[in-house]
Design a protein around this ligand. Structure first.
Ligand code: BMA
Length: 338
């Protein structure tokens, strides 16, 4: 909860304007920093004839509308990623066929299972990271210029790793990627790291950003992992992330936020102690995996400070939530649990 009277209407996003950002104002009487779209889910589980579930997906502005890469688990329960598009960011058309990655190297172009994509525009090219299988789960990287032809580059890390998230620009001449080293199963641990690359192929200079908060029971006691592409603000990189608590009936995934140093993003400036979004609605609490909120994308409008977050709900559908950048930064500072 925040005191809205104390918030100045500051514009803090350093990025492009997005006048057509999907948006719905905070409902009357609601003082939450992040609020949900009232017609969630935006993507139902059965949008495609053979989809079991569509969730943990990424959306970016493209031409006059939006394009995205969607995690679709089919009715054989294979995990695949598909191209999708939308005019308004609320209603999507998803290609029934998974993305066909072009690559000259059969060694990396395996893609037995593909899931949890993120998409980022760097200069004029859209880069896609996703969790891929190469002798175990690891981070794959590809790009597209037009969302028609997709090229796969190199797997960024050795197995096991998940949640590869590129920064939207080079920092001091290097590409930066967040990730969460893991194991081959439902990893019971996980810290967020950041790595650097001169060419998007060779990754190194690995730096630790933050660990789960294990010293007391918290919503992020078990493991944490990066979510959407970090948002550049006047105060640092805004990093929404997921955190996991182990309850009597299993993992509970919530969303929180931290602010990272602009030039040395392994340095945490502030970290919100409470979560920002936690499974409460039926579509978040019931599904193939109950009690999961898993954010993978954020659209931003530098003009108004609006942020629209796409998140997977209960490993089944895709939801949308909204917030203002200045209110999120105010929240982190007032509730700093670093
Ligand atoms: C993680 C990933 C996500 C999933 C989450 C909750 O390990 O597999 O794709 O949403 O678990 O089940």
């Amino acid at each position: 909860m925040i005191n809205l009277n104390t918030i100045q209407n500051k514009q803090m996003i350093k990025g492009e304007k997005l006048a057509n950002i999907p948006w719905q104002e905070r409902p009357a009487g609601n003082n939450d920093v992040v609020w949900r779209y009232d017609a969630n889910p935006v993507v139902p589980r059965d949008l495609l004839p053979n989809s079991n579930s569509i969730f943990n997906s990424a959306v970016v502005p493209f031409k006059d509308g939006f394009a995205g890469v969607f995690r679709v688990d089919n009715t054989s329960r294979n995990m695949r990623i598909h191209f999708g598009k939308s005019e308004d960011g609320f209603n999507f058309m998803i290609d029934p066929e998974p993305i066909k990655w072009l690559s000259d190297d059969p060694e990396i172009n395996t893609n037995v299972e593909s899931y949890d994509p993120r998409v980022v525009k760097i200069d004029d090219r859209f880069y896609i990271t996703w969790c891929n299988t190469y002798h175990g789960y690891t981070i794959a990287l590809g790009y597209t210029d037009d969302f028609e032809t997709f090229h796969q580059i190199e797997n960024s890390f050795l197995p096991f790793n998940r949640n590869g998230v590129l920064f939207p620009r080079k920092i001091n001449g290097k590409y930066y990627m967040l990730s969460r080293p893991s194991d081959q199963g439902h990893t019971p641990f996980g810290d967020i790291f950041v790595s650097q690359s001169p060419d998007l192929i060779h990754w190194g200079v690995h730096r630790h950003i933050m660990s789960p908060k294990k010293e007391r029971l918290t919503w992020e006691s078990t493991k944490i992992g990066p979510g959407p592409v970090p948002i550049e603000t006047d105060e640092g990189w805004l990093m929404f992330y997921h955190g996991v608590l182990t309850s009597c009936s299993g993992f509970v995934y919530s969303m929180g936020v931290a602010l990272l140093d602009i030039n040395e993003p392994w340095k945490v400036l502030h970290r919100g102690d409470p979560y920002l979004l936690h499974p409460r609605e039926t579509y978040e609490c019931m599904g193939d995996t109950p009690n999961v909120i898993f954010p993978c994308a954020a659209l931003t409008d530098a003009d108004t400070g609006r942020i629209a977050i796409y998140y997977g709900a209960a490993d089944t559908v895709t939801g949308l939530a909204f917030c203002y950048v200045d209110e999120v930064i105010e929240f982190i500072k007032k509730n700093d649990g670093k």
